[in-house]
Write a protein of this length. Structure first.
Length: 406
């Protein structure tokens, strides 16, 4: 579900032609003429710039453009091998990074311990080292990287790429993430040039990656990530919905009656995250003598079938389902996806119990409640897609072609 609404007219530039090809709406020269009203010569000139940049390639013969018959037209394809994207997904105690093709295929991947509490300078510096090693592993050079995408567990102002008052990212508020990560990449990757760095909330990018991978026909898609904290991402008509300043989807800080005495990491009492997140479940397990310190520990206990963890996860699902009844009634999504450390049968069962009990039947009549398809890679895929859609958006293509001298 790429692209902008509407039909490019006779003023369509090279970026509009590229968008038509990438979206599959027009994949031959004749189809591009019909879609834009441009002459054959003008279409040819603009396509030539895209070919010289290495962004388009010719595919196999397609349908005959002319109603009078003739030879099949040569199809045009976006060349997703002309560059690669770097992506990383940060959690409170763990990170995952990868090299991806422009089509979202992961070429090399690494995961490991990275503690957000150590601060942005140290964490982003280490990511720069990870990226350099991953490029070597994938057999690509630093100059082939066209951009970097980063998912973080906090609200992000998309205009600046800075997190805004993140409850579980101490020391990160207002920090210049894009500048530091760009410097870290150039410091550690030989031959690296300055590349754009895009930052977004992890639940947003997980939702974006999942929706584009398996739910492109879903016009209203919602994902809830339940790990150390709780957050939601919403994709409407193929675009991430962020709200005014990146705060959309922060459902972990909705107040719930059951949490009146529970202190949240944001400093308030009664937040959903304080009673139903992976961190909250871990605390209750620890109080019962079960070793658990984070959502990932709870995930491991659930995988082992630990009875107390299973019971608490189902109870947490009920608390989240109660809040999601309001979310579903407000948004009327076609797909509600549960992701994160607690995304499994016990938690999902609890969600369904309260969601279908409390939401209006009309709101759930066409709703699919599912678990993550991409799993731990969802944020990486979404971060990579964010970079690609940013760099190859029609309004940005002309500027980039000019910079390339084509």
């Amino acid at each position: 579900m790429r692209g902008r609404p509407g039909k490019p007219g006779a003023s369509a530039g090279a970026g509009d032609l590229l968008e038509l090809v990438r979206s599959g709406r027009a994949t031959t020269r004749g189809a591009l003429q019909q879609a834009t009203g441009l002459s054959r010569a003008t279409v040819g000139q603009r396509l030539d710039r895209l070919f010289r940049a290495g962004w388009l390639r010719e595919g196999a013969g397609g349908p005959v453009d002319s109603p009078l018959g003739g030879r099949p037209s040569i199809t045009l394809e976006f060349d997703d091998a002309h560059a690669v994207v770097l992506a990383a997904d940060l959690d409170t105690r763990h990170a995952r990074a990868a090299v991806l093709t422009l089509a979202g295929e992961i070429l090399a991947e690494r995961s490991g311990v990275l503690l957000l509490e150590e601060g942005p300078d140290a964490v982003l510096g280490e990511l720069g080292r990870w990226f350099a090693g991953l490029l070597d592993k994938a057999g690509h050079q630093a100059h082939e990287v066209c951009g970097i995408g980063l998912a973080v567990p906090g609200p992000v102002d998309s205009d600046t790429g800075r997190v805004v008052q993140p409850p579980i990212m101490p020391g990160w508020d207002g920090y210049d993430i894009t500048g530091r990560l760009a410097r870290a990449f150039t410091e550690h990757a030989r031959g690296a040039a300055d590349v754009p760095v895009l930052v977004d909330n992890d639940a947003n990018l997980m939702a974006y990656g999942e929706q584009r991978t398996a739910h492109q026909d879903c016009r209203a898609f919602a994902l809830v990530k339940v790990s150390t904290g709780i957050g939601a991402g919403v994709v409407v008509d193929g675009r991430i919905y962020r709200g005014i300043d990146g705060g959309a989807g922060d459902i972990g800080h909705i107040r719930v009656p059951e949490g009146a005495d529970a202190l949240c990491r944001c400093g308030s009492y009664g937040c959903l995250a304080a009673v139903a997140s992976g961190g909250a479940v871990a605390r209750r397990l620890a109080q019962a003598g079960v070793p658990a310190a984070s959502g990932s520990d709870v995930r491991d206990l659930l995988a082992a079938g630990h009875p107390e963890a299973v019971a608490l996860a189902r109870e947490a699902g009920r608390r989240v389902g109660e809040v999601l009844a309001t979310v579903v009634t407000l948004l009327n999504p076609g797909v509600l996806m549960i992701a994160g450390d607690l995304a499994g049968t016990p938690f999902l069962t609890g969600v369904r119990e309260l969601l279908y009990q409390r939401a209006l039947p009309r709101s759930t009549a066409h709703l699919d409640v599912v678990v993550s398809r991409l799993g731990e890679r969802a944020g990486l895929v979404g971060a990579g897609a964010l970079v690609v859609e940013h760099l190859y958006a029609p309004e940005r293509v002309e500027e980039r072609l000019t910079a390339l001298g084509v």
